[in-house]
Ligand binder design. Structure first.
Ligand code: GTB
Length: 217
């Protein structure tokens, strides 16, 4: 059955892979599922056809037969549940991998989004000069805790899982800030994620959309 996802017609990051279709592409690449991409403009995202798929008028969405999903957590979980490669077979290990997906989205990502909002959306506001260091420290607190848990392991709980895919995707958003470099084991963790062939294919595919050039190779 054809899988179709949506992505920005032109991502504001110009193809750095920070828009959330990248994590869905990555999950699909990890499990070896082919997919099609429908590109949507900012205007189309807020109109009827897209709103029927995504009530909040955002990307990405996921269509497979008569199933339509939104929210990257739900989409990646759906892919991971139905296809081998992203969740362990052992029930307890599987539950822990799912826990890391939730931790990435509910505990780590909100702090990172707050920082992105302070820097990009509110960068010119009078209060940002004072609030930015506080917001950055809230991110550091989460990174310190995550770094302590990861230690010198390659992945968060044994083999690479959907939990790592989501955590690396969330942490990638920090790259432009330089904060990630303060935690060498976390920057190495993110680099390990980026080095995965499936991530490289996902990144190249979204870059091709944003540069108009087909992926190399
Ligand atoms: N919780 C939802 C999910 O995980 O699926 C959030 C989806 C979401 O935020 N989608 C964004 C969107 O559609 C794109 S990814 N925004 C348009 C809108 O709300 O009108 C967020 C994003 C956008 C741009 C960059 N960037 O340029 O660096 C990074 C991340």
């Amino acid at each position: 059955m054809t899988i179709t996802i949506t992505a920005f017609e032109r991502s504001p990051d110009g193809g750095k892979g920070l828009a959330r279709d990248t994590r869905v592409r990555w999950a699909l690449e990890e499990v070896g599922l082919p997919y099609a991409v429908r590109l949507v403009s900012f205007r189309a995202m807020k109109e009827g056809a897209h709103l029927a798929l995504h009530p909040f008028g955002q990307i990405p969405t996921y269509e497979e037969g008569d199933l339509a999903l939104f929210e990257t957590g739900s989409i990646v979980f759906h892919i991971a549940q139905r296809h081998a490669g992203l969740l362990p077979d052992d029930a307890n290990a599987r539950a822990r991998a799912i826990t890391w997906m939730f931790a990435a989205l509910n505990t780590v990502e909100p702090a990172i989004l707050e920082l992105a909002t302070a820097r990009i959306v509110e960068g010119d506001k009078p209060w940002t000069k004072e609030s930015l260091p506080l917001v950055a420290d809230r991110v550091r607190e989460k990174l310190k805790q995550l770094s302590a848990r990861l230690g010198d392991a390659d992945w968060l709980d044994g083999a690479f899982s959907a939990g790592d895919l989501m955590m690396v995707s969330v942490l990638l958003r920090l790259k432009p800030s330089g904060i990630l470099d303060e935690y060498p084991n976390l920057s190495a963790y993110v680099a390990r994620g980026e080095a995965r062939p499936a991530y490289k294919r996902a990144f190249a595919a979204q870059l091709a959309v944003n540069t108009g050039k087909p992926p190399a190779g």
